[in-house]
Design a protein around this ligand. Structure first.
Ligand code: ADP
Ligand code: MG
Length: 368
């Protein structure tokens, strides 16, 4: 039985809340606060019920401090938010109603799922809430151990995302097209191998595509990719797969080349116009579309064209369009398109995993 925070809430407790504050941070400033906003309903509900809240999160860059998130949270909540530099500290905690813990990945115990580290975190609260859908497909002290040690709840945004995804999974009309790009190559390739079951077509870009091209023996120069494995070779042969046919590459200069003509010193940084046209054609006849992962180095305008074209086509699309992933959503935000989409998930890998029918460890452990 999952306990939903939306239905019942603890009162007057110190509550550990796992959120996903893995936001872009540059020069000490938060670039995009979408994921922080996603945690607000849970935090507000807990505060309304007289709880004190201790927020836990990782940042994907192990050495990145979460300190800049304090200001953003304070502004969004209109509350004083205090920062804890080290969960092991034994001094009395600050008296603020909301505390944010430093990036949990500063301590190896988080990713190693160390019971000792989980016990240290437990000193900060007596109830646990998970509102971090984006990491539910992973293990970790703050994801899969805390719920074993404390009475636990499923957070409000997490629950809402599950509901949306459950609907997408059950009600998906065909043809179903998945568009997947980005840099987390191993995770995504593993999931795509299973996506074959639900999708009719899988269009790829970014590092994901490069790894698949490489698995077919096609040269990708110095591009972001991954070594071929048996399962990527198999996936690369799938008839559902739509591989790029051209690319924007860069060495000393930038040029557009057909796939197969990438020079040894070049890097593929975007899909080319012919590939965009291919995706457009496939989109036309698709009734359900799930998109995760930028199709190129979209932080740089020069290499954002493919990703932007796809975003615009999806904006005009009349089927069911679901988009997820931290960097994908940040991109939509940057180009002013995020508000155009109704179905958005904070999770990239987690969204794909759930749709592919995988069990999410962070969710399973809450069923007790
Ligand atoms: P998401 O967070 O949306 O799930 P990922 O984290 O997997 O996506 O990947 C996002 C990153 O992938 C972005 O920073 C983007 O610049 C990078 N990326 C995509 N395509 C390429 C490419 N061809 N070369 C280098 N980086 C790429
Ligand atoms: Mg990302």
């Amino acid at each position: 039985m999952i306990r939903y925070l939306s239905k019942s809430s603890p009162h007057g407790k110190r509550v550990l809340v796992r959120i996903d504050a893995n936001v872009p941070i540059k020069g000490g400033r938060v670039g995009d606060d979408f994921r922080i906003r996603a945690a607000l309903p849970t935090i507000r509900r807990l505060l309304r019920n007289g709880n004190r809240v201790v927020l836990l999160s990782h940042h994907s860059r192990r050495g990145q401090t979460l300190k800049p998130v304090v200001r953003v949270l304070g502004r969004l909540l209109g509350e004083n938010v205090a920062f804890i530099r080290d969960p092991r500290q034994t001094r009395n905690p600050p008296s603020a109603g909301v505390l944010l813990m430093e990036n949990l990945r500063f301590w190896p115990g988080e990713e190693a799922s160390s019971p000792r580290f989980a016990k240290i975190l437990c000193r900060w609260g007596n109830v646990f809430v998970n509102d971090a859908f984006g990491v539910a497909h992973r293990e970790g002290a703050s994801i899969t151990l805390l719920p074993r040690l404390l009475p636990s709840y499923l957070g409000i945004t997490f629950a809402a995302e599950l509901e949306l995804l459950a609907r997408a999974r059950k009600g998906a009309k065909h043809p179903f097209l998945a568009i997947v790009g980005g840099a987390k190559i191993e995770t995504k390739l593993g999931l795509l191998a299973r996506f074959n079951r639900i999708a009719d077509r899988i269009a790829v870009g970014g590092g994901v595509a490069n790894a698949l091209l490489r698995a077919k023996g096609i040269a990708v120069g110095r591009s972001l990719s991954a070594p071929a494995t048996a399962s990527t070779r198999k996936l690369a042969r799938s008839r559902k797969l739509l591989l790029p046919v051209d690319a924007v590459v860069k060495d000393r200069g930038v040029r557009i080349v057909p796939i197969g003509m990438v020079g040894a010193g070049e890097r593929i940084l975007d899909i080319g116009p012919k590939t965009v046209a291919l995706i457009r054609r496939s989109l036309r006849s698709s009734r359900t579309i799930v998109w995760n992962g930028p199709l190129g180095l979209a932080e740089e305008q020069e290499f954002a064209r493919g990703t932007l074209s796809v975003a615009r086509m999806l904006d005009r699309h009349r089927g069911f369009v679901l988009i997820g992933g931290g960097d994908t959503i940040s991109f939509l935000d940057r180009v002013g398109l995020r508000k155009h989409f109704r179905y958005i998930s904070t999770g990239g890998g987690a969204m794909l995993a759930y749709l592919a029918g995988e069990k999410l460890p962070g969710l399973e452990v809450l069923r007790k």
